[in-house]
Structures are given as structure tokens and as C-alpha cells.
Design a protein around this ligand. Sequence first.
Ligand SMILES: NC(=O)c1ccc[n+]([C@@H]2O[C@H](COP(=O)([O-])OP(=O)(O)OC[C@H]3O[C@@H](n4cnc5c(N)ncnc54)[C@H](OP(=O)(O)O)[C@@H]3O)[C@@H](O)[C@H]2O)c1
Length: 233
Amino acid sequence: MKTIIILGGSSSIGKSICTEFNTQDNRVISTYFSKNELLKNHKNTESIYLNLNDNESIIDFSKKLVSEKVSIDVLVSLAGILPGKNLSEYSFEEIDEVLSVNFSGQAKLIRNILPLLANKSKLLLLSSISAQKGSYDPIYSASKGAILSFIKSILPNIPEGSTINAIAPGLIQDSTMFKDMTKDRQELHKKQIFSGNLLDKDDLAKIIFDLCQDHWGHLNGACIDLNGGQYLR
Ligand SMILES: NC(=O)c1ccc[n+]([C@@H]2O[C@H](COP(=O)([O-])OP(=O)(O)OC[C@H]3O[C@@H](n4cnc5c(N)ncnc54)[C@H](OP(=O)(O)O)[C@@H]3O)[C@@H](O)[C@H]2O)c1
């Protein structure tokens, strides 16, 4: 049985991803912050509180995994917040919060659970097109950019045969970020994509599931762009 950790399984894209991993062969540990909505059919999934902006919560979560002697095969991080503010609209506390949830809290957690990573474990962190292209919200973009530098730098510290990668999606159809946008803004995003369609949540879930399989063992320290050609680098 494989152990799969999904940070932010409660996110708008998390349900599809938890569904992909919720097989008889897997134990899925999904985290939530404010929305503990465990899926009824997900018998192999448990939902655990985690606040990535709180050191104690990170320590508690890590201790639980350590005390259970969990061997982690897959870690997918979907946790993230997008205030959608420009720099002068941010308070100091909000800057700290975005950087903690989107990057440093995840780095602290990975630091704590490094000894629990199985050989050939797969770590996959959600970055964003805004890490590469920049965006109206510089703190969000910077936090997602930090993920990209982090995965490249941590390679020597993960167990032999393991991989750590990122994916950088553009706007995802029907996600929280999509719903938080005005119709005009949603249309603007669609127009910038060659196919005219935004990324579908279920397609993203299949991609994430596949990237966590052994046949992707040579992808390491990389970022997969999933932006429909909206930003070519
Ligand atoms: N949606 C897009 O178009 C898009 C595009 C590119 C990248 N992304 C990335 O994809 C991920 C999911 O996006 P989404 O649109 O589905 O966002 P979402 O629904 O708002 O989900 C955000 C996730 O982060 C968790 N979270 C929030 N504050 C937290 C905290 N203090 N500690 C721990 N977890 C916390 C939330 O938990 P609760 O729900 O339980 O509060 C939720 O699971 C994010 O990392 C986002 O940056 C999204």
C-alpha cells in the first residue's frame, strides 16, 4: 500500500486529484485548513487539519506522520492563497501569510518529513504561470517562483531515486481563482489560450496522478507548464 499526502486536498482542484489517488492500493492523507469536506466515497482518504501559516500546526502534522512511522510515497501540494492585491494593498501580515502558505510553510513541512520519504518517492508542488510571467499580485507570483527555485535546490536532499517537480498551470476552469474573477477577466484569460479553453480540473488531476508514477522517474527539478501556450518561455 502506498501513502499519498495531498496538502490542500480541500482546494477546488483537490477533489478530482484525491479521486484519482483514492484506490485500494493507496492510503491518502489529505489536509484542509477551513473546509473539512471529506468525500463520501473516498474510503481510503483521511482528512487532517493543517495550517501552513502556523509553526505549531506544521509540527503537529509532522509529528503525527512520524509517530505513525508513515513511509511517504507521494506528496502533492495544492495549498495556496491568492489575495489578488498589488503591493501597496498588502499589510505586512498578509505578505507573511501568503509566503508561508504558498512556500515557506511547505518548505518547513518537507524539512520535517524528509526522513519519512520512501525511496523513489514523488513530490509535486503547484506553482503557477504567474511565477514565470509575473502578475498583478507580486507576492503571490514571488511565492510561486520560490517553489521553482526550491525544487531545484533540494534535489540532493531527497532520497535516492526520488523526484521533486512543479507544475505551473494557467487559469483552471471552475476553480476558486476562476470563480473569484470577473467575467471579463475570465474571458481575457480564455482569449490568450490557443485552444480557447481553460485547463480542466479532471484533466489536471489525471496529469498529476500520472506524473507521480514511476515512469516519470527522469523528470526531476523540473517545471511542467500547463498554460495552453499563453506564456512560452
Ligand atoms: N485555480 C487556478 O486557476 C490556479 C492556477 C495556477 C495555480 N493554482 C494553484 O493551485 C492551487 C489550488 O488553487 P485553487 O484555485 O483550487 O484554490 P483554493 O480552492 O482556494 O484552495 C486553496 C487550498 O489552500 C488551502 N489553504 C488555505 N490557507 C491555508 C493555510 N493557512 N494552511 C494550509 N492550507 C491552506 C485551502 O484549504 P481550505 O480550503 O480548507 O481552507 C485549500 O485547500 C493553489 O496552490 C494555486 O496557487 C491555481
